[in-house]
Design a protein around this ligand. Structure first.
Ligand SMILES: Cc1ncc(COP(=O)(O)O)c(C=O)c1O
Length: 428
């Protein structure tokens, strides 16, 4: 263990980490392309885009240059009563590419706060328009973040069990996985028929943290259309699915019924900085546009619309919208398809699934929980191969940055094959 790791052990508390069981963090000193380089000089292939945030590679020189230029012009300023070019330009450009009829951009700090803002907008929309709708509906298994509102609309699970008593009541409907579509739609229909639902929130097409659970655009379309029919607001949490992960720029582009609110974060800045965006329609904005101050949205963070972060997001958008990035995403999609075909009959692989650049599978070792030992075995095995894959329980997935090369993908596939063929069979 090097110097940074040793010091870390004494002073730092890491996220989603049982500190007693996993006290040693790998100290990264540099990043380049799809690689993270540690203090000993070991290189790790980042096949999960560092918790799904990185799009174009680490320390990308174009984004870094734009950040540096912004830093020496305006690093940050208060965003209540003041504005700046990067925030306005980012809002203009996001509105051009977002699906649905988005008309306004509200900035916050991360995915969880983007969701908090969405919930507050939806609830207050009905209060401001004098209609008593308060209930939120979400999908079973959902994960929308770790702040209290975001936890409340997430599935009750090991993630939030300690806080269950503090979470407001939410109605959950089954995820419309293949074969469950009608059950899910019927459950939504029944709840919405009561007339008290303010909003329905969903991760479109893929429930990421739940274990890359995938469902079809057709099912999403039917859920959204049901909400539309019942005059219920639709919140699409595209924190993970946004910015190209599902093949289109945003997952909601796979369908025609547009959401009323879209939450963004993660890939928004290319993985350089935290930022949340809650985009919404003119109709929702208008409900807050009033002479009566009690109707405004009482929400804001000290670093709202930080100019340096906006500059990073603008630079990342340039790269994302370039032909080269589009082709890379297509290349990754094809490579995943070809690899998937080679392991589809493997005896321990079930529920092999792909949406866009995300490939996932269940590893059937007889242990399925988030805390199962197969998860730790897989994690350690791949780290030993110098590949960062971070399984969700027994669910193994690849979610690479778009700069990943064919040979880097092949290295990842080969390691997975080796785990399936040899490692799993030989160690207990
Ligand atoms: C769909 C979804 N929503 C919200 C969040 C929360 O984002 P953050 O970790 O930036 O707060 C996540 C994080 O994984 C997510 O996957």
């Amino acid at each position: 263990m090097g110097n940074i790791s040793a010091r870390d052990r004494n002073v730092v508390w890491h996220p989603y980490t049982p500190m007693k069981l996993w006290p040693d963090a790998i100290a990264i000193t540099r990043g380049s392309g799809a690689w993270l380089i540690d203090e000993k000089g070991d290189r790790y292939l980042d096949a999960i885009s560092s918790w799904w945030v990185n799009l174009h590679g680490h320390s990308h020189p174009y984004i870094a240059k734009r950040i540096a230029a912004q830093l020496t012009t305006l690093e940050h300023c208060i965003f209540a009563g003041f504005t700046h070019e990067p925030a306005v330009q980012l809002a203009e450009r996001l509105l051009q590419v977002l699906p649905g009829d988005m008309a306004r951009i509200f900035y916050s700090d991360n995915g969880s706060t983007a969701v908090e803002v969405a919930i507050k907008m939806a609830v207050q929309y009905w209060a401001n328009t004098g209609q008593p709708k308060k209930r939120i509906v979400a999908l079973e298994n959902a994960y929308h973040g770790d702040t209290f509102g975001a936890m409340a609309v997430s599935a009750r699970s090991t993630f939030n069990a300690s806080f269950a008593d503090y979470l407001f009541d939410v109605s959950f409907i089954p995820t419309p996985t293949p074969g469950e579509e009608q059950k899910s739609i019927a459950a939504l229909e029944a709840i919405l028929a009561k007339g008290d639902v303010a909003a329905f929130i969903a991760e479109p097409l893929i429930q990421g943290s739940a274990g890359m659970i995938m469902y079809s655009p057709d099912a999403l379309e039917q859920l959204f259309a049901t909400c539309r029919r019942h005059n219920t607001l639709i919140i699409a949490d595209e924190v993970m699915t946004g910015f190209g992960r599902t093949g289109t720029l945003f997952a909601c582009e796979h369908i025609t019924t547009g959401p009323d609110i879209i939450c963004l974060s993660k890939g928004l800045t290319g993985g350089f900085f935290p930022m949340g965006v809650t985009a919404t329609t003119q109709q929702i904005f208008d409900a807050f546009y009033d002479d009566d101050k009690s109707k405004m949205l009482y929400h804001g963070h000290s670093y709202t619309a930080n100019a340096t972060i906006c500059a990073a997001a603008l630079a990342s958008l340039d790269l994302l919208l370039a032909d080269e990035c589009h082709q890379s995403r297509e290349r990754i999609i094809r490579a995943h398809q070809q690899f998937a075909a080679t392991i589809s009959d493997h005896k321990v692989v079930t529920n092999l699934r792909q949406t866009g650049t995300i490939l996932a599978m269940d590893i059937n070792s007889g242990e399925n929980s988030y805390h199962s030992s197969i998860r730790d075995r897989m994690y350690r095995f791949f780290l030993g191969k110098k590949i960062l894959l971070r399984p969700l329980g027994n669910i193994l997935y690849i979610l690479p940055p778009y700069c990943i090369t064919d040979s880097e993908l092949e290295k990842t596939y080969a390691a997975i094959r080796e785990f399936l063929d040899n490692e799993l069979a030989t160690q207990g």
